[in-house]
Design a protein around this ligand. Structure first.
Ligand code: FMN
Length: 328
């Protein structure tokens, strides 16, 4: 059955795209805990159309990630359409998402990401052409506006008209960056202006916040970003609280440790052990963010160069003492 946003049980809880984080290994770990839908990190449409094998490879995925949404970014409608076509032809993701929310200067200075909110005609044309180029649903991720938090109220219906099948709204403006708080009530005002499903995003980090964000916004679901870093079980916990009123998945130290090693092994499967150690460091910092007395441990984790070093560092937390290095 082809993927359709309308067919997804409500509320939808999905993993938000994060550059350098929501790659295949992380999405696989999240899926194993029960995440229903994952958005993979953005890839450059320009690079794909230019023939960059490295960029196209970033959109490769494992079947266990399905349904998987691949996000693309760019500013030229025909380049975006061609990139979507190539990505779909090569990897067959279940859906395509267009980034119109990224506030990073490197992206917006070239009129990509959130800068498209200042150019509604161009944005519409991108949606129209991308939707015509692939046989799967095309969604768009936006912010409340560039500088005015009411911009999305007019912008969103235009994207719907152009063929968007779903919208995600991060409840901040581009000007806000990550300051202030995500305005879930304003997201709700945008949701009322469209007939397609809409996901609320921003500051939905803990399970209770998913309940609250949905109550306030009336959205069809939530997209979770930073709350899932170091917590690949977060989407599953949100599903639980939304469906039964309580969180059942409780993470003890043994589960955290097992998950980290599984994450490392999936990373190594894709990149080899040495590169996996480097790529895992940023995730390891998140896995132990805020943990009691973890400062020294985190210092060690961000320097690991092999699986054995990871095991030794984790043993320090788990057993309170170092074991002899375990062969990889
Ligand atoms: C490290 C990082 C990378 C991100 N990369 C992307 C991206 O590739 N595409 C995108 O649309 N948003 C990206 N975002 C934004 C998030 O998807 C999300 O909209 C934002 O962090 C707010 O949600 P949160 O409060 O749940 O983190 C990124 C955010 C972070 C923290």
């Amino acid at each position: 059955m082809p993927f359709s946003w309308n067919d997804q049980p409500r509320p939808i809880v999905a993993l938000s795209p994060m550059a350098d984080m929501t790659d295949s290994p992380f999405c696989r770990v999240a899926k194993r805990f029960g995440a229903k839908i994952v958005f993979r990190e953005m890839v450059s449409a320009e690079a794909i159309v230019r023939g960059s094998a490295k960029t196209l490879r970033m959109a490769a995925f494992h079947p266990e990630e399905r349904p998987m949404v691949q996000q693309i970014f760019g500013k030229d409608p025909s380049v975006m359409a061609e990139a979507a076509r190539i990505v779909h032809e090569t990897h067959q993701p279940d859906a395509i998402d267009i980034n119109m929310g990224c506030p990073v200067y490197k992206i917006t200075s070239d009129f990509n990401g959130a800068a498209l909110m200042k150019e509604p005609e161009r944005a519409e044309e991108i949606v129209r052409q991308v939707a015509a180029s692939v046989p799967v649903p095309v969604s768009v991720k936006i912010r409340l506006g560039w500088s005015d938090p009411d911009e999305a109220k007019d912008f969103a219906p235009r994207l719907e008209q152009a063929g968007a099948a779903l919208l995600t709204v991060h409840g901040r403006t581009k000007a806000q960056g990550y300051s202030g708080v995500s305005d879930w009530a304003r997201i709700g005002e945008v949701a009322k202006r469209v007939h397609i499903p809409l996901l609320a995003n921003g500051d939905i980090h803990r399970p209770e916040q998913a309940v609250e964000a949905l109550r306030i916004s009336g959205a069809d679901g939530v997209l979770v970003a930073r709350g899932a870093l170091g917590n690949p079980w977060r989407m599953a916990q949100m599903e639980e609280i939304l469906r039964s009123g309580e969180v059942r998945t409780v993470i003890d130290e043994a589960t955290r440790r097992r998950t980290i090693l599984e994450h490392f092994d999936l990373m190594a499967e894709e990149h080899g052990e040495a590169q996996a150690a480097v790529l895992m460091r940023k995730h390891l910092a998140w896995y132990y963010k805020g943990a009691h007395g973890a400062k020294e441990l985190r210092g060690r984790l961000v320097r690991i160069a092999s699986r054995a070093e990871l095991v030794a560092a984790l043993d320090l937390v788990y057993f309170g003492q170092e074991s002899s290095p375990v062969p990889a």
